[in-house]
Design a protein around this ligand. Structure first.
Ligand code: S3P
Length: 158
């Protein structure tokens, strides 16, 4: 099984995955390679449903492997994805409050995040709220990461 990191944008999934295993796999990177363009461009040209379909395909493939896996924040939206994740463990939910995450995402210009770009802060908070129960549903472990350094988070996990 894979060691899967889940959580909203800005929760530190890739940072923590890299600390757990430098050879971790990042789902968004796999998807970007597969679609041959940045995710934001794919959202514009093909739409979000097309992105979600590829995301589901990639998740199913990667869950077959013994890897540390950093997922995209929307991976829990699909019922099919949640069912697959429910058969896996551990699924580690990196949880934080919306304001902390918003500040982090806003400050992070290196990443390509259409869901952030295309929504007002109020709408993004609604998206955040609606996803909470989905993360909780598949999480086998939840860590409140808002006030922890990456080193402290990794200490809890290993
Ligand atoms: C998304 C989060 C992104 C990426 C895509 C959609 C989302 O991943 O998969 O832009 O719906 O929350 P990160 O959580 O790594 O930013």
């Amino acid at each position: 099984m894979a060691k899967v990191l889940i959580g909203f944008m800005g929760s530190g999934k890739s940072t923590i995955a890299k600390k757990l295993d430098p050879h971790y796999v990042d789902m968004d990177t796999v998807i970007t390679d597969r679609i041959g363009m940045p995710i934001a461009q794919f959202f514009k040209e093909q739409g979000e449903p097309a992105f979600r379909a590829i995301e589901s395909q990639v998740l199913a493939e990667l869950l077959q492997q013994e890897i540390v896996l950093s997922t995209g924040g929307g991976v829990v939206l699909s019922e099919q994805n949640r069912q697959l994740l429910a058969q896996n463990q551990p699924n580690i939910y990196l949880k934080a409050d919306f304001e902390t995450l918003y500040q982090r995402i806003a400050a992070d210009t290196a990443n390509d995040r259409p869901v952030f770009e295309q929504n007002s802060k109020a709408d993004l908070e609604k998206i955040f709220d609606s996803r909470q129960e989905l993360y909780e549903e598949v999480a086998t472990q939840t860590i409140d990461v808002a006030n922890l350094s990456p080193e402290e988070i990794v200490e809890v996990l290993v």
